[in-house]
Design a protein around this ligand. Structure first.
Ligand code: HEC
Ligand code: HEC
Ligand code: HEC
Ligand code: HEC
Length: 389
């Protein structure tokens, strides 16, 4: 079996093994976080044949885990649209038929593409070793028998998933801060990349390829996370929707590119959160890794839906974005004010993707380019039933 076939099978198997997230009905709206199902779509529809994910997979198109702009639903939609002519050309060259997507497939695919971008790319153990001394971790922690004994040895902690590490740093932050104060040590701040390097140094045993690694990110369930966000009183400070409250900032505005940046933010802001907890007279919760995963899935969804579009602007963009070239009474395509099945993000993404099957001549000529903002507005316009209602 070729390497590529094994990768695709691996992605498909991992998707199948997880199935839909527990507690979510099959007919949940297309935008439900079903990234595991999206992994299966990614394999089934041949995307994995051309696209690597963090270095593993086809090399015809760009590595989709390494596209570095902050992931949002609309951003992913715009990227797909803008690259359609080139993708279609590659498919013709390889003799592979252009796959069609339905709204459910597309919704799952979005969740998958989102999750892999949220995943932290591989890092460098050498830099991690330098950070371990430079940031003073070595004064309290042993690795391979060398270092301080104030805290537990950290051998193998790098094999913890990013989620587990986030939970560990969060839960141990108060005790670590106490020990640091007792020793007059400055509490080090950490960046996202720092944490990636530290994990690599502490022994990243998650060698099973991106599929397995991505799965470490996936089990979080957005809906459960939303409930936890209230139950664990994050909402007391950050507001009911995480959009900012009396004691804490807007978490949707803080665009963290990946999980390591999120973990770093949770570490760096822990003292201020503790101070705010004092003022609000509440106790900060300890979190199990599974709970952290659910919270991350929820917080991620705040970003991944991106900014809300405006149907009014969308109506204007149908013209300014070149859609009317084809979607007009005299044109070859149906009038968009009557479009159906585009009332969910998955439906819109599927409709945009399905243009990949247009004849070469239609794709070649002055293909309109979309920005993420255009996609948000067009989505709002289409969801409202175009000009109709
Ligand atoms: C035949 C090969 C091929 C297949 C199959 C394919 N792609 Fe692509 N894809 C490409 C190429 C080539 C590009 C870059 C085009 C360019 O440079 O403009 C691309 C670009 C993209 C981009 C934009 C990346 C960026 O820079 O932001 C996304 C997203 C994407 N593809 C997703 C998908 C998805 C999802 C599927 C499956 C439904 C898929 N592709 C199937 C070849 C392919
Ligand atoms: C002043 C001493 C001190 C320093 C410096 C320190 N730690 Fe800790 N660390 C501790 C203590 C004590 C614990 C156990 C806390 C507890 O029981 O809640 C701990 C726990 C941990 C844990 C959880 C381990 C587990 O098995 O769950 C991790 C991960 C960790 N530290 C990472 C780091 C990193 C990374 C650094 C450097 C940026 C660092 N620590 C710096 C004292 C320290
Ligand atoms: C007592 C109030 C309070 C509670 C409860 C609280 N936070 Fe915070 N949170 C804050 C404050 C204050 C900051 C730091 C703001 C600053 O100075 O940047 C913060 C920062 C953060 C950040 C970093 C934002 C960034 O810059 O990227 C995240 C993520 C976060 N909180 C998540 C949570 C989660 C998840 C929970 C629930 C488990 C929670 N917070 C509970 C007050 C709180
Ligand atoms: C080069 C011609 C062309 C351009 C430009 C074009 N489309 Fe299309 N579009 C089509 C055709 C042809 C179909 C019908 C495809 C089919 O039958 O599956 C279609 C179908 C659709 C559908 C599904 C409609 C339905 O009723 O099922 C949507 C939504 C859509 N396009 C949105 C857009 C948007 C938004 C733009 C501008 C960003 C755009 N299209 C630009 C040719 C085009």
């Amino acid at each position: 079996m070729s390497r590529r076939a094994r990768i695709i099978l691996g992605i498909v198997a991992a998707g199948a093994a997880l199935g839909p997230a527990p507690g979510l009905a099959q007919d949940e709206p297309a935008v439900a976080q079903r990234a595991a199902a999206g992994a299966r779509v990614f394999g089934d529809r041949g995307c994995a044949g051309c696209h690597a994910v963090d270095g593993v997979g086809g090399g015809t198109g760009p590595d989709l885990a390494r596209v570095r702009e902050a992931p949002t639903l609309a951003g992913i939609g715009a990227a797909l649209w803008n690259h359609l002519p080139q993708m279609a050309a590659r498919m013709r060259a390889r003799g592979t038929p252009a796959p069609r997507l339905d709204p459910w497939d597309a919704g799952d695919l979005i969740a998958f593409l989102f999750a892999i971008r949220y995943y932290t790319p591989a890092a460098d153990p050498g830099t991690g070793a330098a950070l371990f001394s430079g940031k003073g971790c070595v004064r309290c922690h042993q690795v391979r028998g060398a270092g301080g004994v104030v805290g537990p040895p950290l051998d193998g902690v790098g094999g913890a998933t990013p989620i587990e590490l986030t939970a560990a740093l969060w839960n141990h932050a108060p005790a670590m801060a106490r020990e640091m104060r007792a020793r007059n040590l400055r509490r080090p701040s950490l960046s996202g990349p720092d944490l990636g390097h530290l994990r690599a140094y502490l022994g990243d045993t998650a060698a099973g390829g991106i599929t397995q690694r991505v799965m470490h990110v996936l089990p979080g369930r957005e809906a459960v996370g939303r409930t936890l966000f209230r139950d664990r009183r994050c909402a007391v400070c950050h507001g009911p929707d995480g959009r900012g409250g009396p004691f804490g900032p807007d978490l949707a505005a803080a665009r963290r590119r990946d999980l390591a940046e999120f973990a770093a933010a949770m570490w760096n802001k822990a003292p201020r959160m503790a101070a705010a907890a004092g003022r609000a007279r509440i106790e900060l919760p300890r979190l199990e890794p599974a709970e952290m995963a659910d919270l991350v899935a929820y917080l991620a969804s705040l970003q991944y839906l991106g900014e809300e579009g405006s149907a009014e602007r969308g109506a204007a963009r149908v013209t300014s974005s070149g859609c009317r070239r084809c979607h007009s009474p005299a044109g070859p395509a149906p009038d968009l004010s009557g479009a159906r099945g585009v009332d969910t993000p998955g439906g819109v993404l599927a409709a945009l993707w399905n243009h990949v099957a247009l004849p070469e001549s239609a794709l070649a000529r002055r293909w309109p380019r979309l920005r993420a903002r255009d996609v948000s507005d067009l989505t709002a316009y289409l969801a409202r039933g175009g000009g109709g209602r």
